[in-house]
Design a binder for this molecule. Structure first.
Ligand code: G1P
Ligand code: ZN
Length: 545
């Protein structure tokens, strides 16, 4: 078969952000926009000839069309085989697992994670390498550089293949296996957790759970694992059918966007004991108890403190890592267990080297991401199963488990305030205003707290020595409190300012405060220092988690 070479014009805006290239669907539909980026990936990779590529996405609008294009380009590039999720579906952690398990060269995951979908929504594409993890910065930069000089792309003139049945196809010298997206992932989860115990819990009359798949990718995974395999009653999984526009919702598992789940867990006479949700591509998780929200930072700390309940971690863990803005709750667990605790920049890719080197077992981010060395992505359902394993072992409520943890380690009050779609220029001015103040902040007192240091976070990877600068402005207080400012690297409209607030309380008689009240003085200080209202035009944040 002759491969077609199509002339094209390079784009100059294909720079991958925190997690791949993310743009509006409209943007992706510009002439050859997707093709140019895919060709940039293929031109940058080494060792394509005869190798395996994993391919799938979160089912959002444009997923199916994009898959057909990528299949044809993969054939033209010389891949030997593509492992494709049935229906074009693969959750991000399931794709990571497939890459590792079948020794693929890498995978292309089509997702804009928690961003809205549909013709007016967003689309995204990310490349994961041999270890199953997001491409390192050096690779994404090389892809970006290549994308700016692309003059043509190569494509095999083959017909679309049926996506909805499992099966085997041979096209232009490349084989395509359309595989069940859940099978391998289920097998992995069975190897990590005590399924008998979890199953008994889910089938007991005293325990009720709801899992909100938010009409996104985890629907098929949750139906199969929680309801079919573990025997949770039908109806445990809400919004389980993946829809191209996520039912018009925002597939982001937090208190603001998982409204129905929140109202079930917070119902006055409600009887649901455990609630959980996952995002568009299945890598995020939210954990809820009855009338109780577990911050993702606490969740990581609690899973680390109790890791040995799960068969996979029975012999203990090697270390913990958290992204810089994530609360310091995990650090306290690491200190008590005598384990190393690493502080990395925001984004899962920074955990890859530590996981590969065996220096950490668990890691997480405040942005509803938790994971371990079982794959190289955060993993929503893994976190849910881990919590179920913990609940089954402790025979206690979510709230009690968290409160006991605070009593032992102290409580890190924590919240993130997001100012969305603000003017890019104003955002930059806000940051330079902050940056200018950094040298003079140490020693200054704001209300009851004194600044101990202030800087712009830079990270040196302890494994390969690479340095990542400008990873967020940190204002650290002597009492352990922190204010952190960052600009989002995943938004597609204007700029999003994220302000992260944390304070520490050791005294368990003071663990019952309202979070926003406990952080009120820090919120005020953050507003003053960054002149937030002046630069954003907003009195309060748009989204508070
Ligand atoms: C956000 C989160 C970050 C996460 C990323 C991908 O990135 O803050 O922790 O890794 O999404 O899920 P941001 O928009 O802040 O750059
Ligand atoms: Zn995601």
């Amino acid at each position: 078969m002759t491969i077609q070479t199509i002339k094209t014009t390079a784009y100059n805006d294909q720079k991958p952000g925190t997690s791949g290239l993310r743009k509006s669907v409209k943007h992706f539909k510009k002439p050859d926009y997707l093709q140019t980026f895919v060709q940039a990936i293929f031109n940058t990779l080494e060792g394509i000839e005869g190798s395996t590529l994993v391919l799938g996405g979160d089912g959002r609008y444009f997923n199916r069309e994009a898959i057909q294009i990528i299949l044809r380009m993969a054939a033209a590039a010389g891949f030997g085989k593509v492992l494709l999720g049935q229906g074009g579906i693969l959750s991000t952690p399931a794709a990571s697992n497939l890459i590792r398990k079948y020794a693929a060269l890498g995978g292309i995951i089509l997702s804009a994670s928690h961003n809205a979908g549909g013709p007016e929504g967003d689309f995204g594409i990310k490349f994961n390498g041999r270890n199953g993890g997001p491409a390192a910065e050096s690779l994404t930069e090389a892809i970006f550089a290549t994308s700016q000089t692309i003059e043509e792309y190569r494509i095999a003139p083959i017909q679309p293949i049926p996506l909805d049945k499992t099966g085997h196809y041979e096209l232009a010298g490349m084989s395509i296996e359309v595989i069940d997206p859940v099978d391998d992932y289920l097998e992995l989860m069975e190897s990590l957790f005590d399924f008998d115990k979890i199953s008994a819990l889910l089938q007991s009359d005293n325990f009720k759970m709801r899992f909100d798949a938010m009409h996104a990718v985890t629907g098929p995974y949750a139906h199969r694992i929680l309801e079919e395999r573990l025997g949770a009653p039908t109806g445990t999984v809400l919004h389980g059918a993946p829809l191209a526009n996520f039912g018009g919702g925002h597939p982001d598992p937090n208190q603001a966007h998982a409204k129905e789940l929140m109202s079930l867990l917070y119902a006055r006479n409600g009887n649901i004991d455990f609630g959980a949700a996952s995002d568009g591509d299945g890598d995020r998780n939210m954990i809820l108890g009855k009338h109780f929200f577990v911050t993702p930072s606490d969740s990581l700390a609690i899973l680390a403190a109790n890791a040995t309940v799960a068969p996979a971690y029975r012999n203990g863990i090697a270390g913990i890592a958290r992204s810089m803005p994530t609360s310091q709750a995990p650090d306290r667990v690491a200190a008590k267990l005598g384990l190393p605790c690493f502080e990395t920049p925001t984004g899962w890719k920074f955990f890859g080297n530590l996981l590969d080197a065996g220096r950490i077992t668990l890691c997480g981010e405040e942005s509803f991401g938790t994971g371990s060395d079982h794959v190289r992505e955060k993993d929503g359902l893994w976190a849910v199963l881990f919590w179920l394993n913990l609940l089954a072992e402790k025979q206690d409520s979510v709230e009690n488990i968290v409160r006991k943890h605070w009593a032992e380690y102290g409580r890190n009050y924590y919240s993130r305030h997001d100012y969305e779609e603000i003017d890019l220029k104003a955002a930059n001015e806000l940051f330079s205003t902050l940056q200018d103040q950094l040298p003079e902040l140490a020693g200054k007192t704001f209300g009851k707290r004194t600044v101990s240091s202030a800087d712009n976070f830079a990270y040196t990877d302890p494994v390969d020595g690479s340095v990542s600068k400008n990873q967020g402005i940190r204002i650290l207080f002597a009492d352990g409190a922190r204010i952190i400012f960052r600009l989002s690297g995943t938004g597609t409209q204007g700029a999003t300012l994220r302000v992260y607030l944390e304070s520490y309380e050791a005294d368990s008689s003071k663990h019952d405060q309202d979070v926003q009240e406990a952080l009120a003085d820090l919120i005020e200080t953050a507003g003053q220092l960054a002149r937030i209202e002046e630069f954003t035009g907003r009195e309060t944040a748009d989204v508070i988690t």
